[in-house]
Design a protein around this ligand. Sequence first.
Ligand SMILES: O=C(O)CCC(=O)C(=O)O
Ligand SMILES: [Fe+2]
Length: 314
Amino acid sequence: MAGPYRRLKWFKQERWHKWLWFEWLRLVHFSLLFSDRGYSWVNRRHLDCFREVFEGYTPTPVETRVLNDFRREGIAFAHVSEFCDQEILSRLQARFDRLIQEKGEAFMADPTSYNKVLDLNGDLCEDPAIRDWVMSRSFLNIASLYLGLVPRCGTKQESVVVPTTNQRVGAQLWHRDGSDKKITKVFVYLTDVEEENGPFRYLKGTHYQGVLRDVEAWTGSHVWGTHERSDTMLDRYDELFAGREVVCTGKSGQVIFADTSGFHRGGFCRAGHRRMIELSYYSNAAFVSHGPYRIPQSYAFPDDRALRLAFGLE
Ligand SMILES: O=C(O)CCC(=O)C(=O)O
Ligand SMILES: [Fe+2]
């Protein structure tokens, strides 16, 4: 037994072999995601829950309006006050002030990163403001009705973008998020965002259900899995996208729903800064790690099956 075992170990350690495994797994994974039957099968529990919870559900007028735009364009807009008490905005802003202070001046002034992540996932309940925002049932309703299943909450990120370089880098370049075929991201601005503050930008209709979905390949390492960014289709920009780019400038309290499987870029800040919270929802089978955020045992989690599934508690 020693011989073959040693050979297997050697085989496992080869870098090319790991790469091959990874590529193969990725291929199988995406084949499943992109076939309707595969997608339904890998997400079956979340589909069952969707049928149970949303059969006969009548969306509120805000949800209906958001969903109509979201399905057609891949992007939709609302305001914090349409979902929560307007007071939540000042509570979230106060939290940002506190987090920025805790991070310290050196962190905020570091010229090597344009995106200052104040909190990624972390404890979702330590601050009632963020907890109420993250647990909002309206966002889960919209994400569920858009995706056609009860999704998994992927990430919660609070960040500030600041001016650094003159060259766009990372997510400042056009890209699709390479993790799922349909995604719901909910962004909220906590500051007024003008053109120079690095607004989020989106190419309408480039999402999976959109009229321009096939404008660029859905597979390939520049899109899927690796999260590499590209501006490759810029030379065809006028031909393909004239009038289709939405520049999401907006006031503090602006909420943006975006299917980031469609092309987007943002955070290219040239003056001032932009404060934003991002929540993301994917199918359970997405090529992302959900969390790992923390929900303390002491938190009396609502007795709500959809919400429990969304946070991986069932
Ligand atoms: O910061 C932005 O506006 C873009 C963020 C982005 O690419 C993303 O959240 O997927
Ligand atoms: Fe992105």
